[in-house]
Design a protein around this ligand. Structure first.
Ligand code: PXP
Length: 264
């Protein structure tokens, strides 16, 4: 083994220890979705802000993974973003995508460690519901098989419904991501009922041997109750983090440009 290879190996072992230290094992992991950084960039079709830069800053702040949704209409994340993220981030990339031929081709080419299959419709503002594993079982089975052949772990975004959880197990999904949107959008007793359904779904998925994530609509007010569910290993959060980042960064951004405007 050359000195260079030995150094790289030592570095990788240290990284593995760092990522899997005792602290992380007892915490719910956080996947930061940077789609809306790209939404802002696409508003001007320019280069800023770059979701890749945002992903790296998120990692430095403690994100355990980076999530992007490459939509068919490319309204935010672009193919270039996925490629560069795959090469640059140090945590795991979770590529959210629809189960279409085009997306499967891209995933097989870029080979992210994790693909999350989501339903997608052109009219929706954001993902509106989980996959229907009963109606699209055959198609999903085929897509999952191709992704597995390439060594990609597959997660399915589904509602907290026992029929869908069992369906995910039947099509050989490695993980499920439980849709927390209805929980996030409800209040009072209705929200308690939604939380209970998420808990039961997480328990069932875990009992069936699948990894469990959850996400959609989680924010600084509603996240704690979901993070306490023991079977949920990871939460994927985008909109609320990007929204807060815009506000907490405002003061520094304005004072910097004021200082550049000052006449000497
Ligand atoms: N999980 C999935 C499958 C999603 O589609 C999204 C939104 O892109 C998220 C999580 C994150 O949701 P939010 O942006 O509301 O935090």
């Amino acid at each position: 083994m050359t000195g260079f290879a030995r150094d790289i190996r030592r570095f990788c072992v240290m990284e593995a220890l760092f990522v899997d230290d005792g602290f992380n094992r007892f915490m719910t992991r956080l996947g930061v979705n940077v789609d809306h950084v790209a939404t802002l960039r696409e508003a001007r079709r320019g280069a800023e802000p770059d979701p890749v830069a945002a992903a790296i800053l998120a990692e430095l702040a403690g994100a355990d993974g980076i999530v992007v949704h490459l939509r068919e209409d490319r309204r935010h994340i672009q193919d270039r973003d996925v490629r560069i993220l795959r090469e640059t981030i140090r945590t795991a990339l979770d590529l959210e995508m629809a189960a279409t031929e085009e997306m499967v081709r891209i995933a097989l080419d870029i080979k992210p460690p994790l693909v999350t299959l989501v339903p997608e419709s052109r009219q929706e503002l954001t993902t509106e519901g989980g996959l229907n594993l009963i109606a699209s079982r055959e198609k999903l089975e085929k897509v999952i098989h191709h992704l597995h052949e390439a060594g990609i772990t597959v997660s399915l975004f589904i509602d907290p419904d026992p029929i869908q959880i069992k369906g995910a197990h039947k099509v050989s999904a490695d993980r499920v991501e439980i849709h927390t949107g209805p929980y996030a959008n409800s209040r009072g007793n209705a929200q308690k009922t939604e939380l209970h359904q998420i808990m039961e779904a997480a328990k069932l998925a875990s009992k069936l041997g699948m990894g469990v994530s959850a996400g959609h609509g989680l924010d600084y007010v509603n996240v704690a109750a979901v993070a306490r569910i023991p079977e949920i290993e990871e939460l994927n959060i985008g909109h609320s983090i990007i929204s807060r980042a815009v506000l907490v960064g405002m003061e520094a951004a304005v004072s910097k440009i004021k200082s550049l405007m000052q006449r000497s």
